[in-house]
Design a protein around this ligand. Structure first.
Ligand code: FES
Length: 97
């Protein structure tokens, strides 16, 4: 199933943007493939923490462990994830972590 991921404007000059993401693809991979989104990426494997972002709304599945060095338990409870480690399970809205 395919979902729409919206990246919220964080107050800069860039407008909101959106892209599609299948359930078997990481949100980061879909964003890179679509050439959209202001969120940076690095290792694409859950190790560097560069793709840290906040899930504002929507359901997701963490298919890879997220390094505790980059995402604490408190941050996880606040919706912070590594986008290379999550796949969508509904339409989602995300913002920079
Ligand atoms: S790109 Fe390195 S943790 Fe996601």
């Amino acid at each position: 199933m395919r979902h729409t991921i919206s990246v919220l404007n964080t107050g800069g000059l860039q407008s909101d943007t959106s892209f599609n993401c299948d359930e078997d693809v990481s949100v980061l991979h879909a964003m890179i493939h679509a050439g959209k989104g202001p969120i940076r990426h690095g290792c694409c494997g859950g190790a560097c923490g560069v793709c840290k972002a906040r899930i504002v709304s929507g359901d997701f599945y963490a298919f890879k462990p997220m390094s505790a060095v980059h995402v604490s338990e408190a941050e996880k409870k606040g919706g912070i994830v590594l986008l290379c480690c999550v796949q969508p399970r509904s339409d989602m809205r995300i913002a920079r972590g």
